[in-house]
Design a protein around this ligand. Sequence first.
Ligand code: ZN
Length: 232
Amino acid sequence: MADDTIYLEQMELGPMQNFVYLIGDRARRECVVVDPAWEIDTIVDTAAASDMRIIGALVTHTHQDHVGGSLESWGMPGRIPGVEELLTRVPAKVYVHKAEREFLPGFGSDLVKVDNHDTLQVGRLTLTFLHTPGHTPGSQCFLVDGRLVSGDTLFIGSCGRTDLPGSDPSEMYYSLTQRLGALPDDTVLYPGHNYGGESSTIGDQKRHNPFMRFTSLGDFLHTMGGGRVRRI
Ligand SMILES: [Zn+2]
């Protein structure tokens, strides 16, 4: 591909259908990884195969299937490889929303707290952080070059769970209908799990995703309390 196109790799890794992304500038050969977890070798090798250098890790939220960590809190043995293993392979800053900084202890000066509308330069690309609480307090999406990487806030045809510790269905309503609903229809959507396909557009989701179509908070809360919420 030509050097002036965005570098974007979508990898489906692990048993929970997680999507991990590499996003960068082909000309400058720099990229970031979104939610490094499950198969760190695959992530590092994929970037290396395209001669891209990983300079940062962007965290959509701090659940273990997105950043790695012990499975003890899920009542399971073992741990998922993640940010910690990535940092043993590549020197990178880790960008997490300030509301979830406490859930990523031990990374010291490698950790960067970000907030809504902060930006990050990746080569010539400017990436914007959008705070989209609801699934978790510090959930965030990344907007770059007309593309939205949405983590567990917006899936194709559904949205993230709001019945977990730290979830807030009211916040999810505003994140989906106001913050993401305000994006241009042709924004390409890249979700955090393969629950409904690899990509879509915000316009398609505004038309067809029931969770973006609620016109009142009351109706949304009624539905979210009614057990129609899908997965993590
Ligand atoms: Zn999650």
